[in-house]
Design a protein around this ligand. Sequence first.
Ligand SMILES: *Cc1c(COP(=O)(O)O)cnc(C)c1O
Length: 490
Amino acid sequence: MAVPESISSLDPANWSELRQQGHKMLDDMFDYLENVSERPVWQPIPEAARLPFSERLPAQGSSLDSVHQVFMEGILPYAVGNAHPGFMGWVHGGGTPVGMLAEMLAAGLNANLGGRNQIPVEVERQIVRWMAELFGFPEGTSGLFVTGTSAANLIGVLIARRRAFGVEVRDDGTQTSNNVVAYTSAAAHGCIEQAMDIAGLGRKHLRKIPILADGTMNLAVLQQSIAADRAAGLQPFLVVGTAGSVDIGAIDDLDAIAALARREQLHFHVDGAFGAMAMLSPVQSKKLKGIELADTIAMDFHKWLQVPYDAGFLLARDGELHLSTFDDEQKTYLARDTRGIAAGSPWPCDLGPDLSRSFRALKTWFTIKVYGAAKLAQVIDHSCELARYLEQRINADPTLEMMAPVNLNIVCFRLRCPEDVSNAVADAINRELLIAIQESGAAAPSSTKVNGHLVIRAALFNHRSTTADMDKLLAAIARLSPGILAAHTL
Ligand SMILES: *Cc1c(COP(=O)(O)O)cnc(C)c1O
């Protein structure tokens, strides 16, 4: 049989044309990042803009140039806008040009970080050692890149499950473990509850301990709850502390939780999705005291550290325990050796559910190497200073009121409504104001509930943000609120 030569290669026939087009694409992205502040943060998406994305599966290809054109005109303008300095919604990092370039290198190399004898795995291991150093974890610490903190929290719960029930739980499942209980605060992220579900432990087996006025877990209630559960014959096995709650950035008393976990022999996991990165800042890290005593920590590099999406991470004090939660010597296809490409065990695929994995470590490594820990700490400190600036301006403005203490970089506030306006109407007014701000393109905060009130929430994670962006937000509110107030209070 005659096999035609290389007819199926996807490489270009003409590399110099591709080079030119590639450089143009690179320049377009540099232009976007250099001038992003001149764009609206976000803009409403016309229905027609969705149409190209309902086209049928294309049998025939198109030129790279024309597809890139569609990207520039039809995709790029309608992203959520988190690269923009006026973006303050949810918890989104801004990304950096350095991270973008590193991601391109990773894609070009196309390394599969499942394992094997390759230096890309060594890069991931170096990040593990850097994080062990940053958090004061011992020799033998392990770690793993995952999509995000949702996945990292799940791995934390699975490690705790393995620790509490022995390695047999991996064969037997959790049918016999329906008397177990885990604890976290009522302000914890929803993915903790989801992790209990996915781990087969059940959401009902997570106690959501009430919070104090400062947003931190009420540890007296936690202690009572554990005692009551033990008295009822249940088996407490895990406590999850939060370092930076998603609503207001509250940091649980991690030191006290660590002591309690030791006393009660519970696994101590910390959800440090964004807050854990405050460890880089000599000023902010004091607030994290006790995190160095955690058994496992979940964190994201794609939030405060500005690494492009996605780059979540799990750090585990006991590397052996972590390994025994996931490893599997039965996989003959993945047999290890002492030489050749199959050397270098254990591999990242032994530490989590993913086998094929992207080179997330590279963009994180570039970010840390190029900017350095001190500069990244400056970014973190600056966001906290911006939050205090915004808080001061809100406090000085009689039309606005602060709705939660500022712990790190999250500011929750709302428009004051006339006394006779019900809570539901005040919520509706603030929701409408929030959407109007987003649609104006001037700024993009999001919302949450604090003490039952809908609040406007500015989460300052973008390294490009300045006081001018805070001023723009307040100017938009001053411009938009009179009309919205009038419409609701006539
Ligand atoms: C963002 C966040 C999560 C979820 O992390 P992802 O990276 O989005 O999966 C969990 N907990 C907290 C406190 C967060 O801020």
